[in-house]
Design a protein around this ligand. Structure first.
Ligand SMILES: NC(=O)c1ccc[n+]([C@@H]2O[C@H](COP(=O)([O-])OP(=O)(O)OC[C@H]3O[C@@H](n4cnc5c(N)ncnc54)[C@H](OP(=O)(O)O)[C@@H]3O)[C@@H](O)[C@H]2O)c1
Length: 257
């Protein structure tokens, strides 16, 4: 899809992958709607400096159904060409040690909010016969590792949701792009060791948010339906998809209870 002057809504746009993608799209002159928990005039200025055609901050908290409703209300009938469902939270550790509130939050923010926002914006995209919905999942949604039970389940849900939606939307002019995101050096990645590290030796390989934003930009422009990691991570993911028992065996040596 053409990104120049497109109207783009990004959740979790104040840092990490969301911010890097916003900045890359700003360079194309896109009109940015940045859904963030707190107003941030510096973020607006940074996007304007990068070349954004317009920047609007939409303060919202996606951790409740009402919070997503409020965001939809704020949007009104604003035209949105691209919805980037990016905001997410991380849970981890042995299941019995994970606070129940965090478990509810990971399914609310990573799954329910993404579905609710997509459902709210879809009718207007269908009416215009044009739109792109980008959902940020993870290799955790395919490679099932100990300590990642609830986070992996939330990201597997995003994968299933996006695959079903893709089929529903065929020939409507509205497309989906599924991101199977690998390790990206953000605040979330830095928390992985804290959450999983006691039980599991976490692999270190990452790319920068800027590099990943460039890859996402290319995937948008080239109308890809999925952006998956290549190289070693891609190979490991392929094995996890087709021979999950091999991954289980390899993981056994890295995991201790
Ligand atoms: N980094 C990786 O290695 C990696 C790998 C696979 C998938 N992903 C996925 O990529 C996406 C972006 O993650 P990231 O790495 O950029 O992490 P990040 O730097 O931690 O950013 C997470 C973003 O989500 C927002 N967010 C969290 N809870 C929210 C809520 N209740 N309401 C509104 N916004 C909320 C955060 O806002 P606040 O600043 O207000 O908290 C922040 O902007 C996530 O969906 C994540 O699961 C990341």
């Amino acid at each position: 899809m053409e990104t120049k002057k497109a109207h783009i809504l990004i959740t979790g746009a104040n840092r990490g992958i969301g911010k890097a993608v916003a900045k890359r799209l700003a360079e194309d002159g896109a009109h940015l709607y940045l859904a963030v928990r707190q107003n941030d005039p510096e973020l607006v200025e940074e996007m304007r400096q990068a070349g954004a055609g317009a920047v609007e901050i939409l303060e919202c908290d996606l951790s409740t159904r009402e919070g997503v409703d409020a965001l939809v209300q704020k949007l009104g009938d604003t035209r949105i060409d691209i919805l980037f469902n990016n905001a997410g939270v991380l849970t981890g550790g042995l299941l019995e040690d994970q606070p129940l509130d965090d478990i509810y939050d990971v399914f609310q923010v990573n799954v329910a909010a993404l579905v609710q926002l997509t459902q709210a914006l879809l009718p207007r995209m269908l009416k215009r016969k044009k739109g792109l919905i980008i959902n940020n999942s993870s290799i955790s949604g395919i490679m099932y590792l100990p300590g990642a039970s609830t986070y992996a389940a939330s990201k597997a849900a995003v994968i299933a949701f996006t695959h079903c939606l893709k089929q529903e939307l065929r020939n409507t002019g509205v497309q989906t792009l599924l991101l199977i995101t690998p390790g990206v050096k953000t605040r979330m990645f830095d928390r992985i060791s804290d959450l999983y590290g006691q039980n599991y030796k976490v692999p270190k390989g990452t790319i920068t948010p800027e590099k990943y934003a460039e890859m996402i930009h290319e995937a948008i422009v080239e109308d890809l339906e999925e952006l998956s990691p290549s190289g070693l991570t891609g190979a490991a993911m392929h094995v996890a998809r087709h021979l999950p028992s091999l991954v289980e065996r390899a993981v056994r040596f890295r995991f201790k209870r």
